[in-house]
Design a protein around this ligand. Structure first.
Ligand code: FES
Length: 185
C-alpha cells in the first residue's frame, strides 16, 4: 500500500552515486538507466551517421564530378574563395558535361554553377562569350558587392577554355565544327 505522493518512491540512492536512482526494487533502476543510456547513445550515433550520409549525398549531388574533364581550371579570388570548373567536350568542341566546385559562399556557388550551366551545349567561342554579366543575369541579378563572385566564375570558366585551347592547339576563334581534334566531322 502506497502512502503519500508518488514522488516519494523515487529518490536518489545516495549522494555519492550521483545518477543512480533507487526505484524501490534493488539494482533494477540502475540497470534500467544503463540500458536506456546505451540505447540513447546508439540512437544518437545512428542519427549522426544518417546526417553525415545525407550531407555527403547532397554534396555529391550538388557537385557532380567528371573523372577526366577535357578542360579544367581552379582559381582563387582576392576574397580568398576558390572556384573550380571542369568541362567535357564532344568531337566538335561542344561542351557536353560540366562540373564545378567552390569553397565560397552561396553566391559563389550560384555563380560557378551558373557558369557551368551556361557553358553546357555551347562551342568554345560561345563559352568565351560568357562573361560576368551573363552569369549574374542568369541567376536573377546580383548586388554590386557580390559582382566579384560572377567575375571570378567567368575568369575560372575562361581559364578552363585557355587550358582546352592550349591542349588542342586552337586559337581564340577556331572554326570548331570544321576542325574537330581527331579530324572526323
Ligand atoms: Fe568570394 Fe564571392 S565572396 S567569390
Amino acid at each position: 500500500m502506497l502512502h503519500g505522493p508518488c514522488h516519494s518512491t523515487l529518490q536518489p540512492a545516495s549522494a555519492s552515486k550521483g545518477f543512480a536512482w533507487n526505484l524501490g526494487s534493488g539494482s533494477t533502476g540502475t540497470l534500467g538507466a544503463g540500458v536506456m543510456e546505451t540505447g540513447s547513445l546508439l540512437a544518437g550515433a545512428g542519427v549522426l551517421l544518417a546526417i553525415v550520409w545525407i550531407w555527403f549525398a547532397v554534396y555529391y549531388w550538388l557537385n557532380p564530378q567528371l573523372k577526366n574533364p577535357d578542360a579544367k581550371a581552379r582559381m582563387t579570388g582576392t576574397c580568398g574563395d576558390t572556384m573550380e570548373i571542369g568541362i567535357q567536350f564532344d568531337r566538335k568542341h561542344v561542351a557536353v558535361k560540366t562540373c564545378c566546385w567552390t569553397d565560397g559562399c552561396i553566391t559563389s556557388l550560384n555563380c560557378i554553377h551558373a557558369a557551368a550551366d551556361l557553358a553546357k551545349g555551347k562551342s568554345v567561342d560561345a563559352i568565351l562569350d560568357i562573361d560576368a554579366d551573363a552569369i549574374q543575369r542568369s541567376i536573377g541579378g546580383l548586388p554590386k558587392e557580390h559582382w566579384h563572385c560572377a567575375t571570378l566564375a567567368a575568369s575560372t570558366l575562361h581559364a578552363a577554355m585557355d587550358d582546352y585551347m592550349n591542349i588542342h592547339n586552337l586559337d581564340s576563334e577556331p572554326s570548331l565544327n570544321d576542325n574537330p581534334p581527331d579530324g572526323n566531322a
